[in-house]
Design a protein around this ligand. Structure first.
Ligand SMILES: *Cc1c(COP(=O)(O)O)cnc(C)c1O
Length: 827
């Protein structure tokens, strides 16, 4: 939680708070003043009151008849009543069960529902706290709903298909206020659901998670017909102390707990053990049956003191609500108004505008620099802590809320998990997206100056006055010779069909190559060798495509599919599916790729193996070789400059000033930089030039052959003149110019690629990638025109070379290229 502040939230209330001028407090006039000693009158008064109670009374364990025990019993009953009164709940209609915290209350409900004879079905709102989400593991069926789906349900369209749920009890759980961004949800839902959706055996119960809501808002349960059946909350969030929670149960819903199996000390009237097994639960009050073991007596008594002192200082929860709402508007406006020198906003706000919505006093946001790069959450939290602000960052225990705020698909969350991201980890920007939020919450004791100094702090540390220069200087380009990216292709499964990156999509570039290129391969079941089109041309007909919506790699076969096999199979994109789906067992097995021993993860699922084995007629399994492996789960590039790429001094005399000296080829291993690759043969990225291809096709036509398509070369990046410039005089680029490029800058931001040398070819280029048929060309013509030193070359290897000193831009955090990007070579 946020800003030095009072009871409520993730931090205690003992934080240094500045003194506040009375006139700043329209709501709280005269009711609050703060000192500089780091304690507030609230905490001091509360502790004094509690100490007085403790030192002047003796409180015994309630289960006996001693005076001390009786005193505890009667005080606890008084506090129980007081809790009901705090929420305007009639003791005839509600009971209070004391629990350790809101989560313990939620778990009591889950335990009881699970024990119902037919179990239960569970629907929970997408903004639910983790503690609500966890209930799904106890349910027969569970669904996660957004607002619209809840309203549909209220209007009669239930979230479960009829067959699934015949006659089963349903539990619907939702937060009164999201702990992620403060959004509040309609309290009417509980009553409407009870009225509209099921009675009798397949009744629907509602669990309201009020833990965040009640920190800064009154909760009125005076109308028993509209009240939730179960309401869970934590008192420490309202009062700062004691560490105690409650479950409020509508008496009409008490029946659910009758099936609870466990009984603890204090919850039974009689127990028979030894020869018979029988027990009689207590019958008078529900709380007697659910409060297992000794109550936290002193905490309950401290709650009495907390309610006293809170009431004295703040008046009512309505006052707290008005005060915090006033402050949250100020915070929202203040953060929203921060601009970088170039006019870009500093903060990306996820919370709704509190002045036009019922958002609670919580602002969730992230910070970007003037070039759009995200600030690290871990770094922000450290800085804020140094400056005395108590904020929370990260996933804040709200998985659904975070995913929807940040636009993270399930596969991305899993991808981040398998890439090593964990709750609380420092590595909080992954693939150019934040993995969590910064959450600033306001409580009863937050002040205007807290808000203002927090906004100043964000401005002081995160506002860029001048724009750092993010892009390297591009060499001036001759308009006519301009090149661009004409196509981008990845080959998810080594040696199988390509996936063409759609025109308007930014594709991630990694050090190992383009994202998703050659992460999978097919491995022979016997020899462990990776299969190649060279021996199995029909692999070209295996067509993988990347479905990010569903988080799957979908695979079809464009040739004849044996009858018993499906048209399509899919495997998860998530890097290590065993983590998520124990049934998809992967085992690591030693395989060979291009003669090199590697360790890949193979898919054990029979339908996957049957599909590939069936279509190819070769006993093989699918294997995965994700980025980031170590040892034999890692490979390095073998590409290097070839002799033909190095101008011979005799041919090109080095006249000083005539033209730049080209880079010399690395001739010893020590000079070679280790560059990681996945399952590609030699290098991270392969590029071809359309000008060179045209030249090659001209040669082929001369001898009566037919043109080859760019697809034959299985390049990742196809470079050519922009489509508009084609055919115009002077716009045709020089064929094979790429042989002498040393770098290529792609896109407006100038992502830099280092050229690693020409690509040596074999007759795999003769396989028509559409039909899997083999012909002579282009290999025959290539070997006549592009043979150097006894080897045949076409296309060029390259790798992404991030520049270490450029400013952090969003492109540097998440480097991408797209079709149409300008491609500027240098020599
Ligand atoms: C804090 C919170 C919880 C969990 O409360 P505990 O006291 O940790 O059990 C659950 N839901 C919401 C909305 C919360 O804010």
């Amino acid at each position: 939680m946020a800003i030095p502040k009072a009871p409520a939230g993730d931090v205690g209330y003992n934080t240094a708070v500045e003194s506040v001028r009375d006139e700043e407090y329209p709501m709280m006039k005269g009711s609050i003043y703060l000192d500089h000693a780091g304690t507030t009158p609230y905490s001091k008064s509360l502790m004094d009151r509690f100490a007085q109670d403790m030192t002047s009374n003796l409180f015994g364990n309630p289960h006996s008849f001693s005076a001390s025990s009786q005193l505890s019993t009667s005080r606890i009953e008084d506090v129980r009543l007081r809790v009901l009164q705090f929420f305007n709940a009639d003791p005839d209609d509600f009971d209070v069960v004391f629990v350790a915290n809101a989560t313990a209350g939620i778990k009591l409900v889950a335990d009881a529902m699970r024990s119902l004879p037919d179990g239960f079905d569970y629907a929970y709102h997408q903004m639910s706290h983790t503690s609500l989400v966890g209930i799904r593991e106890e349910a027969r069926n569970s669904v996660c709903l957004d607002d619209g789906q809840v309203e549909d349900w209220l209007a009669g369209t239930g979230p479960f298909s009829a067959g699934d749920t015949a006659g089963r009890t349903t539990l619907f759980a939702y937060p009164g206020q999201s702990n992620m961004d403060g959004q509040r949800f309609p309290l009417r839902w509980a009553g409407q659901l009870r009225r509209n959706c099921g009675s009798g055996a397949n009744r629907t119960y509602t669990l309201l998670d009020a833990a965040a809501l009640v920190c800064s808002s009154p909760l009125d349960l005076s109308c028993v017909d509209t009240a939730p059946d179960f309401t869970a909350l934590s008192f420490y969030k309202i009062f700062g102390f004691p560490d105690l929670g409650a479950l409020l149960v509508r008496r009409g819903a008490e029946g659910v707990f009758a099936s609870r199996r466990y009984f603890g000390g204090g919850t039974v009237d009689m127990v028979v053990c030894l020869k018979e097994q029988w027990h009689a639960p207590k019958t008078q009050f529900l709380h007697e049956c659910l409060e297992d073991g000794t109550l936290p007596i002193h905490s309950i008594i401290a709650l009495d003191a907390a309610m006293d002192i809170h009431g004295k200082l703040f008046g009512s929860m309505l006052n707290v609500a008005a005060h915090t709402s006033f402050l949250s508007k100020r915070l929202f406006t203040g953060l929203g108004a921060l601009r970088h020198g170039n006019g870009e906003p500093v903060c990306t706000l996820y919370s709704l505008d509190p002045s036009s919505s019922t958002n609670g006093p919580v602002i969730a946001f992230n910070i970007r620099n003037s070039l759009g790069a995200w600030a690290s959450l871990a770094e922000f939290e450290k800085l804020a802590t140094l400056k005395g602000f108590h904020i929370r960052t990260g996933g804040v225990c709200n998985p659904g809320g975070i995913a929807s705020a940040l636009g993270l698909e399930p596969w991305e969350v899993k991808q981040n998990f398998t890439s090593g991201f964990r709750c609380g980890s420092e590595n909080d920007i992954m693939a150019g997206k934040p993995t969590g939020v910064i959450r600033a919450s306001l409580g009863a004791m937050s002040t205007i100056s807290d808000v203002d100094s927090f906004v100043d702090f964000v401005g002081e540390f995160y506002r860029d006055e001048s724009v750092p220069s993010g892009r390297p200087e591009l060499a001036p380009q001759d308009e006519n010779s301009q090149l661009c990216v004409r196509g981008i292709f990845v080959y998810p499964i080594k040696s199988c069909g390509g996936f063409e990156v759609p025109k308007d999509v930014d594709w991630e570039v990694k050090l190992e190559g383009l994202a998703w290129d050659r992460e999978w391969c097919l491995v022979h079941q016997g020899s462990g060798q990776a299969l190649s089109q060279k021996r199995h041309p029909q692999m070209a007909l295996i067509r993988p495509s990347l479905d990010f919506e569903r988080g799957r790699l979908r695979i079809t076969y464009a040739g004849h599919i044996p009858r018993q096999l499906p048209r399509e199979i899919t495997v998860p994109l998530s890097m290590n599916p065993t983590v998520f789906q124990p049934l998809v067992s992967l085992h690591s097995r030693s395989s060979r790729v291009c003669g090199e021993e590697i360790l890949a993860q193979t898919y054990a699922a029979p339908e996957v193996t049957e599909f590939f084995t069936g279509v190819l007629g070769v006993p093989c399994v699918l294997a995965r070789f994700p980025p980031g492996g170590q040892g034999k789960s890692m490979r390095h590039s073998k590409a290097h400059l070839q002799k033909h790429q190095v101008p011979q001094p005799s041919i090109r005399p080095r006249v000083p000033g005539s033209f730049p000296v080209p880079p010399s080829p690395p001739d010893s291993d020590s000079e070679r930089v280790e560059r990681r690759i996945l399952l590609s043969n030699e290098s991270p990225i392969l590029a071809i030039s359309l000008a060179s291809l045209n030249e090659l096709n001209k040669e082929i036509e001369k001898i009566g052959g037919s043109q080859v398509s760019p697809a034959a070369f299985r390049a990742n990046v196809v470079i050519g003149c922009p489509p508009s410039a084609r055919g115009l005089p002077g716009t045709q680029h020089t064929p094979y110019a790429e042989d002498s490029w040393s770098r290529l800058c792609i896109g407006d931001v100038g992502l830099e690629f280092t050229m690693l040398g020409s690509c040596r070819r074999c007759h795999m280029v003769c396989i028509n990638q559409e039909t899997a048929e083999k012909s002579e060309e282009p290999f025959v013509t290539l070997s006549k025109t592009r043979r150097f030193d006894g080897k045949v070359f076409f296309g060029t290897h390259m790798c992404y070379a991030p520049s270490a000193h450029a400013a952090v831009t969003k492109e540097a955090q998440f480097p991408t290229i797209r079709v149409g990007d300008v491609a500027a070579p240098s020599w």
